[in-house]
Design a protein around this ligand. Sequence first.
Ligand code: BGC
Length: 756
Amino acid sequence: MNNRKMRAFMSTLLLATALTGGPALAAESAAPAATDAAPAARPWMNTTLSADARADLLLREMTVEEKKTLVFGYFGSPFKERNYVPPAGIRMGSAGYIPGIDRLGIPAQWQTDAGVGVATQRDSAEPMRERTSLPAGIATVATWNPVLARQGGAMIGKEARLSGFNIMLAGGINLVREPRNGRNFEYGTEDPLLAGIMVGAQISGIQSNNIISTIKHYALNAQETGRFVLSANIEEAGARMSDLLAFEIAMERSNPGSVMCAYNRYNGDYACESDFLLNKVLKGDWAYPYYVMSDWGAVHSTAKAANAGLDQESGYIFDKEMYFGADLLGKALADGSVGMARLDDMNRRILRAMFAHGVMDNPVAVEDHKIDYDAHAKVTRADAEEGIVLLRNQGDLLPLAAGAKKIAVIGGHADKGVMSGGGSSTVFGRGGNPVPGTGPKFFPGPIVYHANPPLDAIKARAGGEVAFDAGSDPAAAAKLAADSDIAIVFVNQWTGEAMDFTLTLPDNQDALVAAVAKANKRTIVVVQSGGPVFMPWLKDVGAVLAAWYPGTAGGEAIARVLYGEVDASGRLPVTFPGSLDQLPRPKLDGEGLPDGTPFDVAYPEGAAVGYKWFDRKGLKPLFPFGYGLSYTSFAYKDLKAEVGADGTLTLSGSVTNKGDRAGKAVPQLYVGPVSGGWEAPKRLAGWQKLELAPGASGRFSVPVDARLLATFDVAKKEWVVKPGRYKVWLGASVADLPVTTEVTLKGSSFSAVKGK
Ligand code: BGC
């Protein structure tokens, strides 16, 4: 049974309709063959011409049938309940496929998920593609190191290319508005600047392989509960200063070939038929030149979607109808509800992206024997170890000294591997899943682990005795801990697509930690999770590491941080709340509603997402945004805020390593108007990551994006920087900002429309 999207269907209540009146099998309805003869020459293959000119030349040669072909995508895996057999030419077990046009030399578009590597749809008949997995997106963002994000992107993009894919469905950038969102692990942060820079870096790494990356899910797709039906209602200015700004910044930095519109509605309209999101903001104000593809099952109409700016329907068999299929699109063209100019524009955008991103000139082939897995394991390890956040370290319990101590390793399947997040983005590691049969039986489960056991990596370093206890019986685990010098407890919270989660660790793991901590004060907790979790035992344990889902080399990465082979240099990209009461919406909207019941989500926080909400309300979280300890300590000084001749505000300062170990500092700069008037007292304005030898100092200087000094004026479509005094903060997290200064800004306004 193909359960890949079964859950999705059940949730949308589309199944019944589809089964009774659904479209014909893809195999029978594959795009019609071109009738025109092949042209004698292919002037569009002249690489000295611009992508624009090449797309125009090619478009002129295309028949209407061919134009209809490029705007309609198929799911890349069989779906037995619906008798769906994907068309010949797909890469089996992939996310999607759009047939090519041989006559004109247009290659097929082979699409693979997603942000941590080449995923496989788990129900395909073929063996899984076993590939390298990066740590979760949230872990990469927690490095605060765009160089690593880019390298990771380049690595997974290379595996995508060598696996025969020219489109990677990566670039998840939805802001973490809702800590319970099951997909936070795919995204990364609550801050638009951090999101834009880090996700942008990863996208540009992926695209450095002459393939296209998406950025997704556009927009305001902040929770999984009711994702097919909910309307995210947030006024325009709030959206522009938060989620939309994250997209805007990432897109400016990475030029993604495609934008994937989301499942949810925005202010009433489905995101994939939102004239505001697609035509007005994306293609209008931001002058986006490439194409919008839908999420799989996110299209609800032909004319409305096409005219709102959707360029390509993805993943046929997930929509109720083949809205952009040859028949319905043909009818819409015939009755004029979709104009030929729109169909041309859809094709031009797709072709332009394929030319601009090297897809036309650098055909992909399945050459997976060329993947250098050893080299790629080093890339993912570097990312994972810099993303691990040291949350607590009483009496310098960490780093562990290599020596003859007796260590108890407890729980979390640490003897087998490390956890990964669930759903379409799941990458299957080499050697298969070492912990089969856990979690939900069907999509987004079962839970997949990567066979890189932390236990082995600890043993390799410990020198003394290392004993393992599975952790299922807290009393037995506590007994082992009492007999050991040190206890390392692994606790896991699995999260996944199509579901949301509580912030409480499942399976009695809080009781396990409490029991172990009671037996041994020298207890270290390693948390694998997709986002924030509650830690009722925090005060009783010696040390805590947030390891997220650390990917293919995760066990090694965790051990390297535990043993101080690298500094602990991750910093939280999200606030860890102390309780649900602190959230803007303590109750998750839509929870408990019958599947498929539409509902609205009002966002009381507006643009004040995450730490901004906590700051505005004066709430003390469990751990603040930006927080993370190091094995050394840093001092910050020399903060300067200077306005250049062109009006750019530049913030600079210095940081000194005060300890006797090398370490990596992440000095963070925040800014806010002295007299208030923003959604929150302060916003992240910049940061830098610096490696410092003991006693060494480093300087940093960051120009501030003027949008971060502005509020959005909807009527004028302008960013407005109010004249006046602004405060600037420098320090180690949003809650630890010891150095401040002030600067006067003259005030300015500038258009939100690119090129204006
Ligand atoms: C997800 C997308 C994914 C697509 C293709 C959808 O369920 O929301 O992120 O790229 O499936 O698998």
